[in-house]
Design a protein around this ligand. Structure first.
Ligand code: G16
Length: 543
């Protein structure tokens, strides 16, 4: 076995987005593409010499090949050891946990999250830091700089490592340890939640449905829900991770998790339903004919987390991304907790958690999690909900109704306009920016605009500043419109329009969200002159 130093050239577009580098799989499969970026990761973190990393992915098409390349490149760059999930599989939260548990120097996670997988779909790669969290902007910028001036990469010329069984191997001087991807994560969940109470609830006839969408959480769901909590076999559906997710779009929302939604709205629906995404960090929670929006889920968890044994002392503080509804803010205010508003991207929560300022974070994009790892965590949210329901002895609908009665309701929806021409989407936002100075005081749809600005974040821990993190229009009654371009898509631009309206109650807590948000939706379309800029006013996906 020898180390080859392979001459290469920079490849344009290797700029990490909201969560690592995501491109079409075919792009990643181009000659040198993956290798250049992996070398850029090692260069950006000061080299791999003597370091230990965690490596794994969500099992999508090309995962198996990419893991082998990373192992050979880690060895050639002097890494001492790599911990890799059996079969090259690790959910994102499980990878984050392994990084922390083993005090490694970070990890490389292969996933394009909720995006579909397959040779003609999406692939992705990201680096997580020694704290287990996604690399911050300073590090992803360094990766981009390294990739932009790449002239060579180092790779071991060796056979593939057998990752099909647990065991230890060597690539040159580097040790490769193949681990059970599920065991340590499942053990961690047992320390946080009251498994006895959940087990008793299930034994008493409470029926759970978990849709793993043929993605990575299948084995995790089976081990935790069926093997450890006693749910009947078959509780976890679409449980076999497949390279193309069985053709499913593993995005746990009412549109893409339609099979689950149909079951939860059907006759004899289970008592609780949940779905997760490609790499297991997202979640959707549903009850019989009750959809819990991610923003509301975060608020309910903030209000009830003390019922779970890992959180009995209460929360240190909470954080949400700026476009996420203010439902959690109301719980934080009632409980006297600090509440932080960050840009979109889990990486912005890391500093707050490391500094002990928050222990619960969440985003409207179906992400919730705590400081048990440094990623959002789909199954964690499912178990938190089951723990809350078991301890309260109530169903999802009853919990939501009493939450709204106590705190009021933040009606909320996100409208996505996908595959837009980049220039048109950017044109809409720059034209909107040009109007911002004139908007305060203007009346639209019977509401008066209080302020209009572009969200800028200054990290309270390290002082770093992130600009242009969302266009906000706030009305005098607190209703909001937020717009931004997605940083995770791979085809053109996706315009996200976030809509929110607060109703204090006791009346008006039971409206259909799109109807309740009607004036805000119309205001968003007219204020942004949507029809003129992008030629349409109907979104592709409503969540
Ligand atoms: C990623 C980030 C999240 C973010 C989401 C949507 O999630 O980790 O923090 O909210 O993308 O981002 P955007 O609106 O820019 O598309 P995931 O699950 O895709 O890794």
């Amino acid at each position: 076995m020898t180390i080859a130093t392979v001459p290469t050239e920079p490849i344009t577009g290797q700029k990490p987005g909201t969560s690592g580098l995501r491109k079409k799989t075919q792009v990643f499969m181009q000659r040198h593409y993956l290798e250049n970026f992996v070398q850029a990761i090692f260069d950006a973190i000061g080299g791999a010499d003597g370091k230990t990393f965690v490596v794994g992915g969500d099992g999508r098409y090309f995962n198996d090949r990419a893991v082998q390349v990373i192992l050979r490149m880690a060895a050639a760059n002097g890494a001492a050891k790599v911990l890799v999930g059996q079969g090259g599989i690790l959910s994102t939260p499980a990878a984050s946990h392994l990084i922390r548990l083993n005090e490694t120097d970070g990890g490389i996670i292969l996933s394009a999250s909720h995006n579909p997988g397959g040779p003609d779909e999406d692939f992705g790669i990201k680096f997580n830091m020694p704290n287990g969290g996604p690399a911050p902007e300073s590090v992803t910028s360094a990766m981009y700089d390294a990739a932009s001036s790449m002239t060579e990469y180092r790779v071991y010329e060796s056979h593939d490592i057998d990752l099909s069984a647990i065991g230890t191997h060597a690539v040159g001087d580097m040790t490769v340890e193949v681990l059970d991807p599920v065991a340590d994560y499942a053990d961690l969940m047992e320390t946080l939640f009251d498994f006895d109470a959940i087990r008793a609830m299930i034994a008493g006839g409470f029926r759970v449905r978990m849709d793993s969408m043929c993605a990575v959480t299948g084995p995790y769901g089976v081990e935790i829900l069926e093997n450890r909590l006693g749910a009947p076999r078959g509780t976890v559906v679409n449980r076999q991770p497949l390279p193309d997710f069985g053709g499913m779009h593993p995005d746990p929302n009412p549109v893409w998790a339609k099979m689950l939604m149909d079951e939860m709205w059907g006759a004899d629906a289970p008592d609780f339903g949940a779905a997760s995404d490609g790499d297991g960090d997202r979640n959707m929670i549903v009850g019989p004919e009750v959809y819990v929006s991610p923003s509301d889920s975060l608020a309910v968890i903030a209000a009830n987390a003390h019922l779970a044994k890992g959180y009995t002392d209460g929360l240190k503080g909470v954080a949400r991304s700026m476009p996420t509804s203010g439902a959690v803010d109301r719980v934080a205010a009632a409980k006297g907790l600090d509440c932080f508003e960050t840009p979109t991207g889990w990486k912005f929560f890391g500093n707050l958690m490391d500094a002990g300022r928050v222990s619960l974070c969440g985003e409207e994009s179906f992400g919730t999690g705590s400081d048990h790892v440094r990623e959002k965590d789909g199954l964690w949210a499912v178990l938190m909900w089951l723990n809350i329901l078991a301890k309260r002895g109530e169903g999802v609908g009853a919990v939501m109704a009493s939450h709204f009665a106590e705190y009021g309701r933040n009606y909320y929806s996100r409208h996505d306009y996908e595959a837009l021409e980049n220039a048109k989407a950017e044109g809409l936002l720059s034209a909107l920016t040009a109007r911002f100075a004139d908007l305060p005081g203007m009346e639209v749809e019977g509401m008066t605009i209080a302020s209009a600005d572009i969200f800028k974040y200054e990290d309270p821990v390290d002082g770093s500043v992130s600009d242009n993190q969302g266009w906000r229009i706030v009305f005098e009654d607190g209703s909001r419109i937020v717009m931004r371009l997605s940083g995770t898509g791979t085809t053109g631009a996706t315009l996200r329009v976030y809509l929110e309206r607060y109703v204090a109650g006791p009346d008006g807590l039971d409206e259909e969200p799109q109807a309740a948000l009607g004036p805000i939706i119309r205001a968003a379309r007219s204020l942004s002159d949507m029809e003129t800029h992008i030629g349409r006013t109907e979104p592709d996906v409503i969540t």
